[in-house]
Design a protein around this ligand. Structure first.
Ligand code: LLP
Length: 429
């Protein structure tokens, strides 16, 4: 081992080189990457790869930060970020609510033990089956996005003779500094209604005896670094609040959606739940409303690590490729949003660093996990760990190319709960 080699290995052991560690429940012990008390090579051997591993310790930390910052606020976890039943059950045990946007997510939330009154049902395309199931379960709020949806909801509620609570989603028409696919607050987006349309719809609900529309909702987008846009959106919501009041409609709840970013790279600075609360609280206090938030990514992203095995190494001209068994079908964020996730070796070798693209087995140029990554040289059969894949990782996977579902495992200390891929159910709606 060269002096240089020793240094590099030690840097991995400390976990400092990529700034991994506590937040993710990951650490190197004697040169092997562990999730909490479990060695990753052991998991990969027993469960196979590609494999998503989730750390309870990491979840505990993110929940704690939310609980400390957000007293008297209903925190509804956005299940679309990660619908793994063990994760949703853990959030249920911690008293969190859930934001769901399909029949499948609704079923997972209920099965996981989230109290129905803490469930919010959002999305522009709710199916009738899902609406009926949600009415039957007496969920907290339907987040309504159009007048046609409101009419259907009212009709179904009338037929079932059950009054439902509704939040109308407004679109404050604010540009959000994030990937264009993740910005949802501009008028051209499919989400929500303009302020005038929302105002008119609130008034229309006065004639709908099965609808209690006493809440305003917005969701500005995702991976939002600059929290000042919540300030802008809340001032729009506040003026609507007073206009509605003057018409005899009392808004009791403001739901500001989710969206706060996490740091994927060592240079990004992650906004904290406390900073978010500081922007939101003055508005909620002034209006005297109950606040709801719907974080997804910021609760689960750091808790998940994707483990993949190296199939082949390939040199083509000047370029090096590491071909692994995970690809865009396993984890689509790099392909879809150009997202950059750190990749680290599970057992770093003590040799020179190489620069390579990490690519999957699919027949597309978009099938990559990372580009131009600096890694200690890897060998066929080695394991790599893709960090911060707990949010929008497994939940966005596909079976493209007829590759199997990745496996998921939930770690708590030295024990682990394996979620068999066949347990993942996507009911038809
Ligand atoms: N509430 C609603 C109504 C939402 O649509 C979303 C996310 C959230 C809450 C949670 O947002 P978060 O806190 O996770 O940012 N696939 C993309 C993210 C799409 C977000 C969709 N909606 C990605 O991988 O970055």
């Amino acid at each position: 081992m060269t002096a240089n080699g020793i240094m590099k290995l030690q840097r991995f052991e400390n976990g400092t080189i990529y700034g991994i560690g506590e937040k993710r429940g990951l650490s190197y012990k004697e040169g092997i990457l562990y999730v909490e008390g479990v060695a990753i090579p052991h998991l990969a051997r027993v469960l196979g790869t590609p494999l998503y591993v989730y750390s309870q310790e990491s979840l505990e930390k993110s929940i704690k930060a939310y609980k400390e910052a957000f007293e008297n606020t209903l925190v509804c976890y956005a299940v679309k970020a990660n619908a793994n039943i063990a994760i949703v059950r853990y959030f249920a045990q911690q008293g969190l609510g859930a934001e769901v946007s399909s029949l499948g997510e609704l079923q997972v939330a209920i099965e996981a033990g989230i109290s129905p009154e803490k469930i919010l049902f959002s999305g522009v395309g709710k199916s009738e089956t899902a609406i009926k199931k949600a009415i039957k379960a007496s969920i907290g709020y339907f987040i309504v996005e159009s007048s046609m949806e409101m009419e259907i909801l009212h009709e179904l509620a009338r037929r079932m003779d059950k009054k439902v609570f509704v939040a109308i989603r407004i679109c404050p028409d604010i540009p959000v500094d994030t990937h264009p696919y993740l910005a949802t607050a501009l008028l051209e987006s499919k989400f929500g209604l303009s302020i005038e349309e929302a105002f008119a719809l609130f008034l229309a609900t006065k004639k709908m005896p099965y609808i209690a529309a006493n809440a305003i909702h917005f969701h500005l987008g995702s991976q939002i670094m600059d929290l000042s846009i919540f300030d802008k959106a809340l001032s729009v919501a506040e003026s609507l609040f007073y206009r509605l009041k003057s018409q005899g409609i009392n808004i009791e709840v403001i739901d500001v959606g989710g969206g706060i970013a996490i740091a994927y790279s060592a240079v990004d600075k992650e906004p904290s739940p406390r900073q978010w609360a500081e922007v939101l609280f003055p508005y909620a206090e002034r209006m005297g409303v109950q606040l709801i938030i719907e974080p997804g990514r910021s609760l689960v992203a750091h808790a998940g690590t994707l483990i993949t095995r190296v199939h082949y190494l390939k040199q083509k001209g000047m370029k090096r490729f590491i071909i692994v068994d995970a690809g865009m079908h396993t984890f689509i964020r790099p392909a879809l949003y150009g997202a950059v996730h750190r990749v680290i070796p599970v057992i770093p070798h003590e040799n020179a660093f190489i620069k390579a693209d990490i690519v999957g087995p699919l027949c597309e140029e978009s099938d990559f996990l990372a580009k131009e990554v600096l890694l200690p040289e890897v060998q066929r059969g080695d394991l790599l760990a893709v960090l911060d894949t707990g949010a929008y990782g497994f939940s966005m996977h596909s079976c493209y190319g007829l590759h199997p579902h990745p496996t998921e495992v939930f770690i708590n200390g030295e024990s682990y709960q394996y979620i068999h891929p066949s347990a993942v159910h996507f009911p038809h709606s």
